[in-house]
Design a protein around this ligand. Structure first.
Ligand code: ZN
Length: 97
């Protein structure tokens, strides 16, 4: 009997935790958007400004107006760069001259 009670108590605690998390996070995001209107494309190595937010509202895209720069290609490029960075062979054996 006592075991059953403990289980129910734990479940209740988890549910409360989930409920409180999104609150402060959302408020922070709204504040940031209004203070920083200039956003730079997050594609690796790209310095172009991100596409401006839609005049009717909505979140600003994180990428510039290049078609190749989107969430998928940025992810692939990051993985490629990571893989290349893990190979130390290039700079070690050869002298670059
Ligand atoms: Zn870009």
């Amino acid at each position: 009997m006592a075991e059953r009670d403990a289980g129910a108590g734990q479940f209740g605690r988890d549910a409360e935790r989930l409920r409180t998390e999104p609150g402060p996070d959302l408020a922070g995001m709204v504040d940031r958007v209004s203070e920083a209107p200039v956003k730079i494309c997050i594609y690796p190595g790209c310095d172009r400004p991100a596409v401006p937010p839609h005049p009717l509202g909505g979140p600003q895209p994180s990428f510039c107006d290049l078609e190749e720069h989107n969430a998928l290609t940025a992810h692939q490029e990051r993985r490629r760069l990571e893989r290349e960075a893990r190979r130390p062979a290039n700079n070690d054996g050869k002298e670059v001259r």
